[in-house]
Design a protein around this ligand. Structure first.
Ligand code: GMT
Length: 379
């Protein structure tokens, strides 16, 4: 198949899933054309069968902001015609589903049918998408999609609750590349971070309010009072400065490392003991899955789709959103009991095998075929 993939190029989960999916499809012989305004973060190095088309903006004095949607739709039309795409798969509804619809209509006037699939990832539905500023366009462009997928049952339910959506939504969970995300012996690296054998806690995100990174630091403070430990904060975003101030105020900044955006996040997970994800909402929690694959148990909130991937008491513990006391208590329980910690590390890995990319990729391929078949019948 010749597949166009539209996604955000940033470190957000939707861009990561889109890129890893595209690379895996390319390895199976499909031709994959990424369309975005910058090369996606995980599209590193040359990959056979992968092509990248950059959306360019023609500047004009009248524009305060360049109209991205128009430029993206035009680029989709161009790529679809020139590369003879069979299918377009857009990740994150805003604005990608609307641009896909626009491109499809333009192509229709030229006798070309381009079915498009919209994958809903999270905040495009639960936060920003339902804002009246965007909701009518989001609703319309999801309804017009030839196929719609969501990354968890919870996200599917939230979509039906918040929008007037008629198509059937297929749940295809996120996945992990177990060859990349795995425990590796990195003793030198571990020693550099925790020279006296301290336990290593880790949080990775884009530091938006929805991630409750404030709670990450408060949990760490309580753990740190009882267990010699270090906290790795990986990523960057609007909350970072507040966190730096908070960690100085709490007098724990010496034991917190702000590492910024990191590509080889698996190397940091490989030396970590516990992952913290106290999010306000999380449609799936890909970062937690990647942690579990690296044998890192998770302390999380029980929001959104998180209970679908974390087994409470087995691969980690969940608490109510904002219950820092309970999360700290659970973290201390795991970190102070080597047997429990080792058991949970093992169980986390075992559970992550369910989400092996090798298992999820055929589900996407089968769904693509189903959508193409349906589109063929409709023509
Ligand atoms: O929250 C992020 O880091 C980015 C966001 C996105 O849509 O780009 O992530 C969402 O999609 C991920 C991949 O499907 C999910 O694993 C995340 O749970 C989800 N984030 C939220 O729902 C807050």
């Amino acid at each position: 198949m010749k597949i166009g993939i539209v996604c955000y190029p940033t470190y957000g989960g939707s861009g990561v899933v889109a890129t890893e999916l595209g690379k895996a499809l390319a390895q199976k012989g499909h031709k994959v054309h990424f369309i975005s305004y910058r090369a996606p973060a995980r599209l590193d190095g040359f990959v056979e069968n992968v092509y990248y088309h950059e959306v360019s903006f023609a500047d004009y004095p009248l524009f305060e902001r360049a109209p991205y949607e128009t430029a993206l739709s035009s680029k989709i039309v161009d790529v679809a015609k020139f590369e003879q795409l069979d299918l377009l798969h857009v990740h994150y509804a805003i604005p990608h589903a609307a641009t896909a619809y626009m491109a499809k209509q333009i192509l229709k006037t030229q006798g070309i049918d381009l079915p498009y699939i919209t994958t809903l990832h999270g905040t495009d539905i639960t936060l920003v998408g339902k804002d009246p500023t965007y909701a009518p366009v989001v609703t319309f462009s999801i309804n017009q999609s030839d196929g719609v997928t969501a990354v968890s049952e919870n996200l599917k339910e939230q979509t039906y609750q918040n929008f007037n959506i008629s198509p059937n939504i297929e749940v295809i969970p996120n996945f992990v590349d177990l060859r990349r995300f795995r425990k590796a012996k990195k003793e030198h690296f571990k020693k550099a971070i925790a020279p006296n054998g301290e336990k290593i806690l880790i949080h990775t995100s884009n530091f938006r309010k929805v991630k409750r990174t404030h709670d990450v630091v408060l949990i760490f403070q309580k753990v740190h009072e009882q267990i010699p430990s270090k906290l790795l904060l990986v990523g960057d975003g609007p909350e970072r400065q507040n966190l730096e101030i908070l960690s100085r105020d709490l007098n724990i900044s010496e034991d917190i490392r702000f590492l910024g955006k990191q590509d080889p996040v698996e190397e940091l997970l490989a030396v970590s003991d516990l992952f913290l994800m106290p999010s306000e909402t999380e449609s799936f929690g890909l970062a937690a899955l990647e942690a579990m694959a690296c044998q890192v148990p998770v302390i999380a909130s029980n929001a959104g789709g998180i209970p679908e991937i974390i087994l409470h008491g087995v691969t980690g513990f969940m608490s109510s959103v904002g219950d820092v006391d309970d999360m700290s208590k659970n973290a201390i329980a795991i970190l102070s009991n080597e047997d429990l910690l080792n058991r949970m590390k093992h169980q986390a890995l075992q559970h992550s095998l369910k989400y092996d990319i090798e298992k999820i990729l055929p589900i996407y391929e089968a769904y693509y075929k189903k959508v193409l078949q349906k589109a063929l019948v409709a023509v």
